[in-house]
Ligand binder design. Structure first.
Ligand SMILES: [Zn+2]
Length: 165
């Protein structure tokens, strides 16, 4: 049976000998299933047993073994899809404005709305990328993020941290 990815704007389909793997929604685990639904961020979306998310929406640490081989990939029990593309377009006829949409935009907005004045809050995935690039990040710990549940977030350390205290 053909399986296409449930992520918004993703056109990946299951192919014979394809490098893309598909993961069914964790329907039997309501709490985890809800995290996946929130991550996908599609209004009114209810997954069925045929709904799946393709491997391009997970980070390396979500997999039990590294992706890339021809073997069956397995996700960690706590894995939640987190990599989604941004959709861009122009809205408005009178005063056209360039806009972007997508889960990435929603999460960035939540990082702002539940942050602390004068500090830069980022998700764990972003912190990992920043730390690998030499930035100093401080773990804030589990932080409640509206419609996303509890996420581990980080503050990026900057030269202005001391001055604001
Ligand atoms: Zn996909």
């Amino acid at each position: 049976m053909p399986v296409s990815c449930s992520a918004h704007a993703c056109t990946n389909r299951r192919q014979r000998d394809g490098n893309i793997h598909f993961f069914s929604f964790p329907l039997k685990n309501a709490e985890r299933n809800q995290l996946w639904i929130n991550a996908v961020g599609r209004k009114g979306f209810i997954p069925t047993k045929n709904s799946a998310i393709c491997s391009s929406h997970y980070v390396a640490s979500d997999f039990k073994i590294n992706p890339g081989g021809n073997y069956r990939l397995h996700l960690n029990d706590t894995a939640v899809p987190s990599v989604f593309s941004v959709i861009a377009g122009v809205v408005g006829a009178q005063k056209p404005q360039y806009e972007i949409w997508g889960n990435t935009v929603n999460v960035a907005s939540r990082m702002d709305s539940c942050g602390i004045m004068g500090r830069i809050q980022v998700t764990e995935d972003t912190a990992k990328i920043l730390m690998a690039a030499g930035y100093d990040c401080e773990c804030r710990g589990p932080t409640y993020v509206k419609r996303k549940g509890t996420l581990t977030t980080y503050f990026v350390r900057t030269q202005y941290d001391q001055k604001s205290k």
